[in-house]
Design a binder for this molecule. Structure first.
Ligand code: PGA
Length: 256
């Protein structure tokens, strides 16, 4: 287990907080790892989240990255079939974990309460938690985006000690913007910034946390998000599977 002196989002502090955070969410996809073996060093913090089955392979073969995981349900105590714990992730060198992704919330029925439990377990183990929040298309269309996200934040962070907030990254990722959703389109950068500003106001301890955007980020639109000061990085799904596209997004982050 990491100590609190090691807390804080690794490396970013060393870079005078200028570095952005670019996270690859590979979901259940495996790109051709041989194309990632010469992955260069960037100023931005680069996190790759492969499926559990490929954590070790990614760790051994991709240089200059931090290892992230996609969560599954775990209990703080006990050993359950088909689950993984923050301890196990920590043991194999995972530093980051994605929690509360909309695919888990709305396709697998994970509630805010489950998200909250996972968040506490991950933070308690010393991991950096990437908490995904974002409204559904219906909530947006009914003008309830802020209300929707407010509830996710309030419930998701219930009882989380402020001392952990320096290891919290909030990923604003509206469900309707995720490339695998029918008719998906990226949020406009202005819309994303407005929502992130709204979220930042929800908790005074958020001054220690970081805020990134996710949803159909591509090499073509990355700059429009990353040059906005309020957006400190990106959570990238589809475009992170192509090493050249992903590198272009990080180069854009480094230049902004
Ligand atoms: P996308 O996925 O970049 O393909 O929209 C993002 C995500 O689901 O985290």
């Amino acid at each position: 287990m990491q100590t609190l002196t090691e807390a804080g989002i690794p490396k970013l502090q060393d870079k005078g907080n200028s570095g952005k955070i670019i996270v690859a969410n590979w979901k259940m996809n495996i790109p051709d790892i041989s194309r990632w073996e010469k992955f260069p060093k960037f100023n931005s913090e680069v996190v790759i989240c492969p499926p559990f089955s490929h954590l070790e392979i990614a760790k051994e073969n991709i240089p200059n990255i931090s290892l992230g995981a996609q969560d599954s349900f775990w209990e703080e105590e006990g050993a359950y079939t088909g689950e993984v714990s923050p301890e196990l992730l920590d043991e194999i060198g995972v530093k980051y974990v994605i929690i509360g992704h909309s695919e888990r919330r709305y396709k697998m029925g994970e509630t805010d309460e489950i998200v909250n439990k996972k968040l506490k377990a991950a933070l308690g183990e010393g991991l950096v938690a990437i908490l995904c929040v974002g409204e559904t298309k219906d909530a947006r269309d009914f003008g309830q985006a802020e209300e929707f996200v407010n509830a996710q934040i309030e419930n998701g962070l219930q009882g989380v000690s402020p001392e952990y907030f320096s290891r919290l990254i909030v990923a604003y990722e509206p469900v309707w913007s995720i490339s695998t959703e029918p008719g998906a389109e990226a949020a406009t950068p202005e819309y994303a910034v407005d929502m992130i500003r709204f979220i930042k106001e929800l908790n005074s301890s958020f001054e220690h946390s970081r805020f990134i955007y996710g949803g159909s980020v591509t090499p073509e639109n990355a700059e429009s998000f990353l040059k906005k000061g309020d957006i400190e990085g990106a959570l990238v799904g589809g475009a992170s599977l192509d090493v050249d596209k992903f590198k272009k997004i990080i180069e854009t982050a480094d230049g902004n």
